[in-house]
Design a protein. Sequence first.
Length: 221
Amino acid sequence: MQVNTKIIKELTTRYPQLENLAGEILNAGEYLIRCYNNGNKILICGNGGSCSDSDHIAGELIKGFEHKRPLPGELKNNLMQTDQERGTYLAEKLQYGLPAIALTAHTGLITAIANDIDADLIFAQQVIAYGKPGDVLMALSSSGNSQNVVDAILTAKAKGMKVIGLTGESGGKMKSLCDILINVPEKRTAFVQELHLPVYHTLCVMIENHFFGNFYYDALK
């Protein structure tokens, strides 16, 4: 059994209600790994609790999540050459990161877009600026109908990006727009968001395990 399959099995053992989504979660993890392998990045958006989830996901990708990620030797050497004392400190303390942008994080930019263009376009405008073919948009909406998230998806598709959606049971408008839809089997917003967290934690574990060592392999034997 492959490592990613074991990671998914560990998730569905703890959350058996996600068993029917095991295939979609596995596919989403592989999409994200392929995105990074190709030198691309991930954009993330959502409202309210899903706004906080967007920041959370970016945090797990930009620095170590389950394990520290030492910098590669060449970069460490380059840092130490810039300044013997402080460069050495940076070389030891900084961790390897994967590019992920939470489109929810820039308050000044978001309010400018809302004021000058249209509040529904706070994410879509950022997709225009940041998005490139091969990037992935992770779009979170418990209803699947949030207009600003839907507009971000439409813009991402127009720019040649792939879209992974996390929604509640119905999938809403996002159901027909996402390349992969992880529609957790709950309807109430709080319950949907409670299941989104273990899903995206699992995706982050799959990514980290792929790029920074099979530390889960032995644990899941």
